[in-house]
Design a protein around this ligand. Structure first.
Ligand code: ADP
Ligand code: MG
Length: 276
């Protein structure tokens, strides 16, 4: 059994009324412990709806979501499910509960009933991980959007979940900040074996993943490896762009240059240096 199992899941908003909107339609996939999966899709493809189903914030109309075998339909399991799977949502403003940043980060660990020393350690560790240690005594409302997103990620990290789901959680960061935060996420995945589900429409971020799941109009359009990045027309048909560096490599190759397989920006740099 996979750590995350999504089985034939369907969800519609305003269900039963005339303006029902089917957001997720017969979606199935599994995610193994320790994987780094990118869940990508155009605006409105159902990514956030799926994210909310992963931690039981909304319950599928059809099908099941199982986290470590626990079904989100079972209310009595929701506490345990949310200990295992931490979701950072799109809008950080909805995720801050306290007036001082360190109290905000402490909120999750406090709810786990941890002792004060452990809570303090986790607060420092989580704020350090996202580069916000200097703002420990600060007030969330004074922060920029990007800083709020870092704090929102720290709040979830402090729970030390087995699975970290990031729903466009770096969208307000500048490119440098985004790279920094993504590097932290990658490190947690590699070093602490935290399973990562990175929800994004920035295809450049998806090239870091082990596996790519593409949602298109509420349905799965692709589950598999990075080979999908070579199918530029197909990606465009889902309303997705092609990662810039992969597009450059594809173009150079089509132009007859001897470019090997590259997936990351760094690999492209190395290939170009080799050719020069
Ligand atoms: P994504 O995160 O990929 O942009 P969403 O899951 O937010 O997609 O949305 C999927 C579909 O559901 C869209 O058509 C969106 O308009 C609709 N939707 C999302 N949230 C609501 C809501 N609270 N009420 C009604 N429709 C919604
Ligand atoms: Mg969304």
């Amino acid at each position: 059994m996979s750590l995350i199992e999504v089985k034939n899941v369907k969800y519609a908003y305003n269900y039963g009324s005339q303006d029902a909107i089917v957001a997720v339609n017969d979606v199935s996939f599994g995610i193994e412990e320790g994987e780094f999966v990118a869940l990508v899709g155009h605006n409105g493809s159902g990514k956030s709806t799926l994210a909310k189903m992963l931690n039981g914030l909304i319950i599928p109309l059809d099908g099941d979501v199982l986290i470590d075998g626990m079904n989100t339909r079972d209310d009595s399991l929701l506490y345990d499910i949310r200990r295992q799977i931490g979701v950072v949502f799109q809008n950080p403003d909805n995720q801050m509960v306290a007036t001082i940043i360190e109290d905000d980060i402490a909120f999750g660990p406090e709810n786990l009933g941890l002792d004060p020393k452990e809570i303090r350690e986790r607060v420092d560790w989580a704020l350090g991980a996202v580069g916000m240690e200097k703002h420990k005594k600060g007030m969330p409302f004074r922060l920029s959007g990007g800083q709020k997103q870092r704090v929102a990620i720290a709040g979830v990290l402090a729970i030390k979940p087995r699975v970290l789901v990031l729903d466009e959680s770096t969208s307000m960061l500048d490119p440098k900040g985004r790279t920094e935060v993504l590097n932290v996420i990658k490190r947690l995945n590699k070093e602490e074996n935290i399973t990562v589900v990175l929800i994004t429409h920035y295809m450049d971020e998806a090239t870091d993943a082990d596996r790519i799941i593409i949602l298109n109009k509420g349905k799965i359009a692709h589950i598999g490896g990075k080979e999908i990045f070579l199918e530029e027309d197909r990606l465009r048909s889902y309303g997705l762009n092609v990662p810039t560096h992969i597009h450059i490599a594809n173009s150079l190759r089509q132009g007859g240059m001897d470019i090997g397989q590259i997936w990351t920006e760094r690999e492209l740099e190395e290939e170009i240096c080799r050719l020069l």
